[in-house]
Design a protein around this ligand. Structure first.
Ligand SMILES: [Zn+2]
Length: 82
């Protein structure tokens, strides 16, 4: 898998699922995974076990770049899967 593929997937995730900014600098919710607020860590297997820049990080970069990020309100935070 190439970086270009992850970039493309990240963009797809950002556009279809969105990226949610978590309160208190907790990071970003991207699908079922969480990316740290500085974008250097993700808790998905791709990053955790393979130490690569994963599609979730790409999604955060893309969403930040084009202003797609949502901010979680209190209710939204309760709905997150972690
Ligand atoms: Zn990830």
């Amino acid at each position: 898998m190439t970086d270009l593929t992850r970039e493309a997937k990240g963009r797809e995730i950002a556009e279809s699922n969105g990226v949610t900014v978590l309160p208190d600098c907790a990071g970003y919710a991207v699908g079922a995974y969480r990316v740290d607020y500085d974008g250097s860590q993700c808790n998905c297997p791709d990053h955790t076990y393979r130490d690569v820049r994963c599609k979730h990080m790409c999604a955060v970069d893309y969403a930040e770049g084009v202003g797609l990020c949502d901010t979680a309100d209190d209710d939204g935070y309760d709905d997150l899967p972690f």
